[in-house]
Design a protein around this ligand. Sequence first.
Ligand SMILES: NC(=O)C1=CN([C@@H]2O[C@H](COP(=O)(O)OP(=O)(O)OC[C@H]3O[C@@H](n4cnc5c(N)ncnc54)[C@H](OP(=O)(O)O)[C@@H]3O)[C@@H](O)[C@H]2O)C=CC1
Ligand SMILES: O=C(O)CCC(=O)C(=O)O
Length: 526
Amino acid sequence: MTLTGMMLIGAESHRGRNGEIHAIDPSTGAKLEPAFDGGGAAEVDRACQLAWDAFDRFRETAPEDRAVFLEAVARNILDLGDALIVRAMAESGLLRARLEGERGRTVGQLRLFAAVVREGSWLGARIDPALPERAPLPRPDLRQRRIPLGPVAVFGASNFPLAFSVAGGDTASAFAAGCPVVVKAHSAHPGTSELVGRAVQAAVAECGLPEGVFSLIFGAGSSVGTALVADPRIRAVGFTGSRRGGVALMEVAAKRPEPIPVYAEMSSINPVFLLPAALAARAEALGKSFVASLTLGAGQFCTNPGILLAVDGPDLDRFVASAVDALGGSAAPTMLTPGIHAAFDAGVAALAGNARVATLARGLDGDGPNRCRAALFATTADAFLDDPALREEVFGAASLLIRCPDLESLRTVAERLDGQLTATLQMDAADTGAAAVLLPTLERKAGRILANGWPTGVEVCHAMVHGGPFPATSDGRTTSVGTAAIERFLRPVCYQDIPADLLPQALRDGNPLGLWRRFDGALGRH
Ligand SMILES: NC(=O)C1=CN([C@@H]2O[C@H](COP(=O)(O)OP(=O)(O)OC[C@H]3O[C@@H](n4cnc5c(N)ncnc54)[C@H](OP(=O)(O)O)[C@@H]3O)[C@@H](O)[C@H]2O)C=CC1
Ligand SMILES: O=C(O)CCC(=O)C(=O)O
C-alpha cells in the first residue's frame, strides 16, 4: 500500500491545509517521505459529525456483528504484511522483533475484545421483575443494561506505534463498547498510522458499518487535539503520553459546558522494593535482571523501573556491583524521537548535577543520533523526601536507587510516593512480614503489585490493571490494558416499566442473546 499522506475522514481520504508533518527516522535523523497533511477545525468538525451520526446505529449492532468487525480490523492489519513493520521501524527506531511482537499483541487484543463482545457480560444486564402485590408499595419492573458513552477521541502513543496507537487498546476497547472513534495520530509515526488507519477504514466498509465509526486526523501541536477534546460530540478520551499533555487535555475536558471523562495514562516511576532476605539470597541475580528490565526498549515504557528502594548494607552493595557491571556494558539503542531523547538527556543531566545524587553507572555511548545511554543513580531516603524533583519520571533507561537506613524509613518513602502504575516487591519467604507491612501502602499507591518479577511487559488479559492513582493516570478506577478497559466507555441505563417490545434485546424476557444476567439478584443465564 502506498502512503498518501492524507487523513481518513469517514470513508474518504482527505487533504489537509494546516501545514505538513514529516516523520523522522530517529536512527539517522533523516526526514521520511511523504509529507502528511495537518488537519484543523474543519476536519475535527467533519469527523465528529460523522462519528455522532454513526453512533446510534453502531451501538446497536448485534454482539456478533461487532465482534466480526473487530476481527476484520485484526485481519486487515495482518494483511498489511511487512510494509507495516518496515515503516514502523523507520519511524520509531524500534527493532523488527519488538514490532512484530507488538503487532501480535495488537491483533490479539482486537480478537480478545471480539470474544468479550460475544460473551456479553459487559452489558451488565440486570432484571428486577415487578412485584405488584408487594406491600406497602408494589415494585415496578426494573431492568438495567450498559450503553456506550458516545464517540471517543483516541490519542496514539509514541512508544507503542501499534499496540497503543491507531488500533491499539483504547480504540479496541472503545469499538468493543460500541463507540465510534476519532484518532489523533501521533506525529512521530504518521505513516504507520495511515497504514493501520486504512486497515480500520476498510473493515468498517467490509462490515457495512456507517463510515463515521472511524476517522484519523493528523496535526502537530496542540490545536487539533484540543479541538477534538472540546468538541461536544466527543464523549470520552483515551490518551497515553506525557503528564503535561494529559493534564492539558484533562483541563480542556473539564472546562467544557458538558465535561467528559479523560482516561490519560501519563507518568509513573514504578518503585521496586528490594527486601532484605531477597537481597541476601540473590543480590547478583537481581542486579542483572533489574538492568535487563531497565534497558528493555531503551527504557521507553511507562512501566520502567525508575526507582529502587532498599535497606543499605553489604547485600545492597553486592546488588549495586552487579547492576553497575551489567549497565556499564549495555548498548545505546535509538530512542523514539529527538524530543524524547532530548528530554531523557535533560532528565539524566539534572540527576547527575544534583549534589545529593551519586552517579553509579552509565551505559555505553552509541554512534548516531538519539541514542539512549542508560544511567543508574543513588541517593538517600532523606534527600528523596526533601526534593520533589527526584520523584519525577525520566522517560528512558534511567533509575534512582534510594538507600534507606532501615525498613521503617523504606515505608516512609513509600508513603510519600505519587500514584504509580506498578509497585514491585523482590522478596523471599523471610520478607513476608516486611511485605505485609508495605502492602496497604502499595495498594493505595499503585494499580498493579508484583512479587519477584519486573514491571515491564504487561499481559493483555482479563485480570490486568494498567492504571493507578494520579499522576500515573487521570482516573485510578480503570485500566487501559486488558478486557476491563471496556468499562471506561460504558454507562448504565435503567428501564422502568418499559413495554416489552421497546426493551433492548439484552433485557427481553426469554434472554434472546443468551446472556449471563442478574435476575432478582441471582446471576445466571436467566
Ligand atoms: N506514560 C507513558 O506511557 C508515556 C510517557 N511519555 C512521556 O511523554 C514525553 C513526550 O512523548 P510524547 O509521546 O510525544 O507525548 P506527548 O504527551 O507530548 O504527546 C502525546 C500526544 O498528545 C498530543 N499532545 C501533547 N500535548 C498536547 C496538548 N497540550 N494539547 C493537545 N494535544 C497534545 C501530541 O501531539 P503531537 O503528535 O503533535 O506531538 C501527541 O499526539 C516523553 O518524553 C515521556 O516523558 C511518552 C510516551 C508514553
Ligand atoms: O509494558 C507494556 O506492555 C505497556 C507499557 C505502557 O503502557 C507504556 O509504556 O505506555
